[in-house]
Design a protein around this ligand. Structure first.
Ligand code: FES
Length: 196
């Protein structure tokens, strides 16, 4: 029997537990449940291990998640901590919000002699394509990783807005998804073909 699909919307004013009761009534006890969860822009702190418990999904339950990047990162960590298969957590980035306000920055493309200015209202991916740099890309939402570039040098701060790289990779600061992530400001040398 196909899994019933339902949408669970939560926010700080609408706790998961009460919404879950409504959801259970909707699916009439049939499982496994499929949740679409949005804890809202302030929901980062709610996506912890206790939230996974609170959802009370069966061991093979799937969670469909949509929300701001901070919440998705926290949810991924909580999901992994609970020992559930990564393949059962599906997510979609809610916009491309980051931790810093968008500022212009510039990059130099390694071995191309190309310097590209990125406006505050423009993605690095679009700026590179506009400058004639061939880029592989697909989702444009920071999910597939196809547009990833390597950032060379030290002291460059990246506002990671993707859900592709792990927390460790983001902390290392050597790779970024050009479609959504950006330098907080300044200049960096990037390698657009480092995987070849
Ligand atoms: S195009 Fe998919 S992560 Fe950038």
């Amino acid at each position: 029997m196909p899994a019933p699909k339902a949408s669970l919307q939560t926010s700080g004013n609408n706790p998961v537990s009460s919404s879950r009761a409504n959801l259970e009534a909707m699916v009439n006890g049939a499982g496994p449940y499929v949740f679409a969860l949005d804890t809202g822009a302030s929901g980062v702190g709610r996506a912890d291990a206790s939230l996974v418990e609170e959802l009370a999904l069966p061991p093979d339950g799937e969670c469909y998640l949509c929300g701001p990047i901070g919440m998705l990162e926290a949810a991924k960590a909580a999901w992994a901590e609970s020992g559930r298969p990564v393949s059962r957590l599906r997510y979609e980035v809610f916009g491309d919000s980051g931790l810093f306000a968008e500022k212009p920055f510039s990059v130099e493309v390694l071995n191309r002699g190309t310097r590209v200015a990125v406006r505050s209202d423009q993605s690095l991916l679009d700026a590179l394509i506009g400058a004639g740099v061939e880029m592989i890309h697909d989702c444009r939402r920071g999910e597939c990783g196809l547009c990833a570039v390597q950032v060379l040098g030290e002291g460059v701060e990246i506002d990671h807005r993707d859900v592709f790289f792990s927390a460790e990779e983001k902390a290392a600061g050597h790779k970024m998804c050009a479609c959504v992530s950006r330098l907080t400001e300044g200049h960096a040398v990037i390698d657009v073909g480092y995987r070849n």
